[in-house]
Design a protein around this ligand. Structure first.
Ligand code: SDX
Length: 431
């Protein structure tokens, strides 16, 4: 961020205030209001942060009008096509693409942290079998701070590094354990001779009763889904992680907070909700009925997987995901998938409808991902855990960037108070 030497002039009553304008490397300028309350005794008001930059970051950049998503400057379509998830993890964490030696070392460190403490297995038995896997992940990830005391001091660079690797490495194991517990099958330990995505698929789908060979088509598709969900600027769950971290809380507790926030259907829970909506629609002839419901202000129904706070043109991740859906279903020999047919027709009809076009509501990352995940054999309840698994590297990278910023302050928003003014207590007999 650099000072532009430009200022915005604000006049309040008879007073004039000069507010510095800061310029980014990409995107709109930023009005620096940090001293406004101290100078003018006035707050700004922006619930939902539609016009507010909450921090300075160098990790991810989104241009919502142009449908651009960059991770450390590299476009998401190039990373999805040419890179792989652990290389993207390295890029997000350390800022540059790794050399071959750096990548080999990083992958080795992640691989050798994939097991969880054996006593963590007991946490799962405390949950009902039908608990949503996201409920389990929130609990178990938070409990990691009860096991990995040697990586909870955020002021120790070595402990920050170890916590980062542990979270990225163990999240697939925990997500797979949540799934296995849910379906009543035994936990499957990770294997060090498998790559990250293949390991996750094997931990989810293998059983002790027979050999399991990872389908390379599925592991490639899984890896691409991980990459497409890795990070996304200051979305709700990342902002939750940052706010939790600003108090100095340990990284495992902060990531658990991020998982809790991601679970909401307006955010990461949309992939599960989107597929359930597509199944409820069932056939293309019912699409007009659901589009009408989505437009009806008296009906809470929304087209899940449509719309985005930032993307007002198209979500570049949805474009890649749609191509991948076609490819995976074709390679798996799933001809004429009725849900994919409904999704494509729904997208076509919605994008022809002024309601969606005027509000710039286009398919987002969650619209097509569920179709691929279901084709891979996952139940809808595992869709958001997979999003959480993927986004862990984004949360950790943003957490690391913030705690390493010497200007870090605890986040403490103010408010527009519209409650009762000061009044005296009234004894119950006088009420
Ligand atoms: C993710 O922030 C991120 O980066 C998130 C994410 C990430 O990677 O971290 O990209 C992941 O969360 C993607 C979004 C997944 N959520 C969904 O698909 C749920 C459905 N979408 C909506 O809930 C909504 O579009 C949001 C929450 C995504 C965005 O909401 P905004 O920006 O606050 O917009 P809004 O709710 O104010 O809606 C603007 C208008 C409203 O109509 P009007 O009041 O102007 O008449 O658009 C309408 C809304 O009613 N609208 C929809 C709609 N989304 C918005 N109408 C029907 N169906 C929808 N899906």
């Amino acid at each position: 961020m650099s000072d532009t030497n430009k200022t915005a002039k604000l006049t309040i009553g008879d007073e004039n205030y000069d507010l510095p304008i800061l310029s980014p490397s990409e995107g709109p300028d930023v009005l620096d209001i940090r001293k406004l309350y101290g100078q003018a005794d006035i707050f700004t008001y922006d619930p939902g942060f539609t016009s507010t930059a909450s921090c300075e970051s160098a990790i991810t950049y989104i241009d919502g009008e142009e449908g651009i998503l960059l991770h450390r400057g590299y476009p998401i379509d190039q990373l999805a096509g040419k890179s792989h998830f652990l290389e993207v993890c390295y890029l997000l964490l350390y800022g540059e693409l790794p050399t071959a030696a750096q990548l080999e070392d990083f992958e080795s460190r992640v691989t050798n942290h994939t097991m969880v403490h054996e006593q963590m297995h007991r946490f799962f038995t405390g949950f009902r079998r039908d608990a949503h896997p996201m409920a389990v992940m929130v609990g178990v990830v938070g409990a990691m701070s009860a096991f990995y005391h040697d990586s909870t001091d955020i002021h120790d660079p070595w402990q920050r590094e170890v916590a980062s690797i542990r979270l990225i490495a163990k999240m697939p194991t925990i997500a797979a354990m949540a799934y296995k517990y849910n379906i009543g099958q035994p936990f499957v330990y990770p294997r060090n001779d498998l790559d990250y995505s293949s390991n996750f698929l094997r931990m989810c789908f293998s059983v002790p009763a027979e050999d399991y060979n990872v389908n390379p088509i599925l592991s490639r598709a899984m890896d691409r889904i991980f990459t497409l969900h890795a990070d996304h600027e200051q979305n709700a769950s990342t902002s939750t992680v940052r706010l939790a971290s600003s108090s100095g809380a340990n990284p495992f507790a902060c990531i658990a907070a991020g998982i809790a926030c991601l679970w909401g259907p307006a955010h990461g829970g949309a992939n599960q909700a989107a597929l359930e909506s597509l199944k409820e629609i069932g056939t293309p002839d019912r699409i007009p009925e659901f589009i009408a419901r989505a437009k009806d202000k008296d009906d809470p129904f929304r087209l899940m997987g449509f719309g985005h706070r930032v993307y007002k043109n198209f979500d570049p991740r949805a474009t890649v995901m749609k191509e991948s859906a076609d490819e995976v279903l074709d390679l798996l020999g799933i001809e004429n998938n009725p849900i994919l047919a409904v999704a494509k027709e729904l997208e076509k009809q919605a994008l022809d409808d002024p309601y969606f076009v005027d509000r710039k509501l286009f398919p987002n990352v969650d619209f097509y991902s569920g179709i691929i995940l279901e084709a891979m054999g996952f139940p809808t309840s595992m869709f958001t855990p997979i999003f959480a698994l993927s986004r862990t590297v984004g949360w950790v990278s943003q957490w690391k960037e913030m705690v390493e910023d010497p200007t870090m302050k605890i986040g403490r928003p103010r408010q527009l108070y519209t409650g009762a003014q000061a009044r005296d207590y009234v004894d119950v007999e006088k009420r």
